[in-house]
Design a protein around this ligand. Structure first.
Ligand SMILES: Cc1cc2nc3c(=O)[nH]c(=O)nc-3n(C[C@H](O)[C@H](O)[C@H](O)COP(=O)(O)OP(=O)(O)OC[C@H]3O[C@@H](n4cnc5c(N)ncnc54)[C@H](O)[C@@H]3O)c2cc1C
Ligand code: SF4
Ligand code: SF4
Length: 437
């Protein structure tokens, strides 16, 4: 049963700066960038920090209690909900693990080049291209590799199909797509947002306070997400080849096949390729060097998006040889009426090809890591909370029901495991200090 650990429980933070730093210090920040947008760059900047290489909020100006309350309102570390009630309708089915959906299919981008270059089958890119080509939105807000530090992602606004295509691929790296959200909302232009489930949760939080969000964000698209590689692990992967990020001219985490390989090149002309999972630490999830936030993530399938797209390798283990020539096929979870209308229109217009139906229980077999996390998350959150750590309030993610289904033995194992991790400082980060790199 949940209990407290009087000697180890941290006292609650008091000052606004302590409250901001707490999100980082407890490993709860996902680096979405939205606090910078809400606070303004003159007060908070989400920047690469010196100690870990993560992108974290750094206080650069005065922060009052009112502002930090606002940050806690929108930050997914403090609140993370599933699909808003008003988007659930008579056609919505709710799967206990994968959440609300209208349909679940296998599909890929119809254009063979987009399909091949896309992280999986290019469906998210094809939908984005369809949206700008047809003028349904003015631009797509998504991400692309950073021109400064190519292992990182950076936010991108794409106004045409070629720009959308330049963001294909999954970036397993710090990427703060919402840094410029305030600026973009103030332009009064309609857009689609593609972001990880935590990014989507952050923007949905903002929608509760800022009416412009639901008016201007016309479509919400997300990759299914099991986490990314810590900068420390990625740097270790590079240094094995005698390369540092400063040497890099180009870096691609995956793509050109499904998943294809990690590919990178240095400014002095050296070229490298490796199995996509090498920077993670191998194919086995228990060895993955993920940020702590990703280990305590309540929603890897983006339940509050209109459409989520994921991989479909059995047991989440792509065959290293077949993956070089497989052009890729996505599992697509269409969650809302608006998502279904968009998806059907993109299929009818020849941007996306559907190859067949699929089902939640089959998707379970492709995502054992996400299924296990979903069943474990209530116990992990309770364990963290019992040590005085911040955990997100949440609605519509079914964490209590799944935990009950998992049973008391699993609960107790996960609960004690979280408390142990806190005691040994796992996931703890230092108060952020901006890096000059
Ligand atoms: C960090 C991460 C972890 C993932 N883990 C899993 C997993 O465990 N299981 C699974 O089934 N699938 C996972 N995926 C999803 C998978 O890799 C594909 O992104 C998904 O299948 C969509 O493929 P696609 O070919 O349609 O995407 P593409 O057509 O290549 O489009 C991808 C879109 O996502 C955006 N994007 C890429 N990286 C980021 C980022 N870091 N932050 C914000 N936006 C980004 C791009 O800008 C682009 O618009 C993960 C993706 C990411 C980014
Ligand atoms: S998760 Fe996002 S909003 Fe919360 S502190 Fe981190 S960057 Fe800011
Ligand atoms: S695993 Fe969760 S917290 Fe980590 S990047 Fe993915 S959605 Fe965000």
């Amino acid at each position: 049963m949940p209990g407290t650990d009087a000697l180890n429980v941290k006292p609650p933070p008091v000052t606004p700066l302590e409250r901001l730093n707490r999100i980082v210090e407890e490993g709860a920040c996902s680096g979405c960038g939205l606090c910078e947008a809400v606070a303004g760059r003159d007060r908070i900047q989400v920047r690469k920090v010196a100690q870990t290489g993560y992108e974290r909020p750094v206080a650069v100006g005065e922060i009052g209690q009112e502002l930090i309350d606002r940050v806690y309102d929108i930050c997914p570390a403090a609140r993370w909900d599933g699909l808003p009630d008003h988007l659930v309708d008579d056609n919505t089915e709710v799967d206990p693990v994968w959440g609300p959906f209208h349909s679940m299919v296998l599909a890929h981008a119809a254009d063979p080049g987009v399909r091949l270059r896309g992280a999986t089958g290019g469906v998210l890119t094809a939908l984005g291209m369809f949206l700008v080509d047809t003028g349904r939105v003015d631009f797509v807000l998504h991400a692309k590799p950073s021109p400064v530090e190519p292992t990182y992602g950076t936010s991108q606004q794409s106004f045409d199909a070629a720009a959308v295509e330049s963001g294909t691929g999954s970036m397993y790296a710090p990427t703060a797509p919402l840094r410029a959200a305030e600026e973009l909302l103030s332009t009064n232009r309609a857009f689609a947002f593609v972001g990880k489930p935590c990014d989507i949760a952050a923007l949905r939080n903002l929608a509760r306070f800022d009416k412009r969000v639901d008016r201007l964000v016309k479509y919400w698209l997300t990759p299914v997400c099991g986490g990314w590689t810590s900068p420390e692990a990625l740097n270790a992967f590079l240094s094995k080849r005698d390369v540092t990020w400063r040497d890099l001219d180009y870096f691609r985490h995956r793509g050109e096949g499904c998943p294809g390989e990690v590919e990178f090149a240095t400014r002095d002309g050296r070229e490298f390729r490796a199995h996509m999972y090498e920077p993670f630490g191998g194919l086995d999830e228990k060895d993955w060097k993920l940020p702590f936030r990703c280990k305590v993530c309540p929603d890897g399938s983006g339940e509050s998006a209109d459409i989520a797209a994921g991989d479909q390798w059995e047991d989440a283990k792509p065959d290293p040889v077949a993956s070089l020539t497989d052009p890729g096929t996505n599992v697509v979870i269409v969650r809302t009426a608006s998502g279904q209308e968009l998806f059907d229109a993109a299929v009818a217009a020849g941007y996306v090809t559907v190859t067949g139906p699929t089902s939640p229980r089959w998707f379970d077999t492709c995502q054992p890591h996400l299924v296990a996390k979903k069943f474990a998350m209530r116990a992990r959150f309770d364990g963290l909370a019992s040590m005085g750590h911040l955990v997100p309030r949440s609605r519509n993610l079914r964490l209590d029901a799944l935990s009950r289904q998992a049973g008391p033995e699993r609960y107790s194992h996960q609960y004690e495991g979280s408390r142990y991790r806190v005691r040994i400082g796992r996931g703890a980060e230092p108060a952020p200090v901006a890096c000059d790199d």
